[in-house]
Design a protein around this ligand. Structure first.
Ligand SMILES: Cc1ncc(COP(=O)(O)O)c(C=O)c1O
Length: 430
């Protein structure tokens, strides 16, 4: 089924010489922005500047059209029907699995499990490890920069099963302290569960090195890739991690869909997460045989329409090219860091050498919530609060931060608007 017409700008972006001139120019952001109608609106009378991409990113027309197209032409349940619509829906849904496989360079399509999002993917692994592998006194290693969704599932297991949570510390720049991380591995360590990119600090962790260190001790690694997938190209075979998780909605796709990648042997050995339709082969009151992977982990009707939209998002990002995205965002990050650093009394939290385009900051004497409210009045959308990483706030001794997080459709002019709005907030609140 053909999707409704959307502006054909992506081929052009891909064909532009990537190294010519200023990256922002070569990338032609203005053309890309035409694919995102939501960006062209006024908020409180001002042109919207959307800098809350780490919370959720905006969706290009192609994604919206793909989902709409499914409901217009192919809506049926999957894996069950013999009728044409069900076959089409199943085909479209399963094609997305193959696209995710290619996106992550997974060895097999059955290593891709569709879930609701990163949170569910992390909980799925925690639940499986909790029921099948972890014994009282066994240890799980995380880092000080984890999102709550990679802390709380382990605390639940700590309370229920008596496992021990070990937390790798970070330095003042927001980087993992390598020696301390390595020291945490012991005979009881059963899993390392770490974020690839911090949603607060922007830190890109040295994941390849972390996995290699864990592997040297025969410890499996689960990766929270929620904040990495929008910015970095990911190769799970190269990383050699055991599990990788991500959310469609942070990757320019719809909400309600995410991915758990797991190595075949792990997915085969872990118990099912939920019971219900589709995850079984046969059921009787005496005994149930589970379905093969990945279906063993996909009980019930999934979010079919959103998954198809997610497929369109993957195509969109691929056509832009991760190299082009990274170059543009790197330039924006440098510019925003430089401009914000010049604001009197402003302190950036998170100055790692390897950073994604996320800037958390605090301003002396102004509560981040008040700052966020003034910025909103100026049309600038940022996030304020603890960003679901309260322990990290304690680490930096701040109650909350303001966070500007960028995507490939953001511009230098928007950085200027951010800085002007911050200056205005200082005048009003300082
Ligand atoms: C680092 C990180 N991990 C996990 C999550 C949870 O993702 P979701 O809410 O899509 O499940 C987020 C969301 O902000 C995140 O930033």
């Amino acid at each position: 089924m053909a999707s409704a017409a959307a502006p054909e700008v992506l081929g052009r972006v891909g064909s532009l010489p990537a190294t010519q001139g200023n990256a922002a120019e070569a990338f032609d952001v203005e053309r890309i922005r035409q694919d995102f109608p939501i960006l062209h609106q006024r908020v409180h009378g001002k042109a919207l500047v959307y800098l809350d991409n780490a919370a959720t990113s905006q969706k290009p027309l192609r994604v919206i059209d793909a989902e709409r197209d499914f409901y217009l032409h192919d809506c049926a349940n999957i894996h069950r029907g013999v009728h044409e619509l069900s076959e089409r829906a199943t085909r479209r849904y399963e094609e997305v699995r193959s696209r995710v496989q290619r996106l992550l360079n997974a060895r097999e399509a059955h290593e891709i499990v569709f879930v609701r999002g990163t949170t569910e993917a992390l909980n799925l692994v925690a639940s499986g490890f909790g029921r099948k592998i972890l014994q009282p006194g066994d240890e799980v290693v995380i880092t000080a920069m984890e999102h709550h969704s990679n802390i709380v599932p382990w605390q639940i297991l700590r309370d229920e099963k008596g496992i021990v949570l070990r937390v790798a510390p970070i330095n003042d720049a927001g980087e993992l302290i390598w020696e301390e991380f390595e020291k945490l591995f012991g005979p009881r360590t059963k899993l390392v569960s770490v974020t690839h990119v911090s949603n607060v600090l922007g830190t890109i962790n040295p994941l390849g090195r972390m996995v290699a260190a864990a592997r040297a001790h025969n410890i499996p690694v689960l990766v929270d890739g929620a904040q990495a997938a929008p910015h970095l190209s990911i190769d799970v075979q190269d990383l050699d991690c055991d599990f990788y998780t991500l959310s469609s909605h942070k990757l320019f796709g719809p909400t309600g869909v995410g991915v758990l990648y797991g190595k075949t042997s792990w997915l085969e050995s872990l118990p099912p997460y939920q019971g219900g339709g589709d995850m079984i082969r046969t059921v009787s009151f005496e005994k149930t045989l589970y379905n093969a992977i990945p279906y063993k982990f996909e009980a019930g009707t999934p979010n079919i329409g959103a998954t198809i939209g997610f497929g369109a998002a993957i195509d969109y990002v691929n056509r832009l090219g991760y190299d082009n995205i990274a170059r543009h965002e790197h330039e924006l990050l440098g510019y925003a860091t430089e401009r914000l650093s010049q604001v009197d009394g402003l302190r950036i939290i998170g100055t790692a050498r390897q950073k994604a385009a996320v800037i958390s900051f605090v301003i002396e004497g102004i509560h981040p919530h008040d700052l966020g409210t003034v910025l909103d009045q100026e049309g600038v959308a940022i996030r304020t609060g603890h960003h679901c990483a309260e322990p990290l706030m304690h680490r930096f001794d701040v109650p909350a931060t303001a966070r500007a997080s960028f995507a490939f459709y953001n511009t230098r002019e928007e950085v200027d608007r951010l800085v002007e709005a911050v200056e205005r907030a200082k005048e009003l609140l300082g």
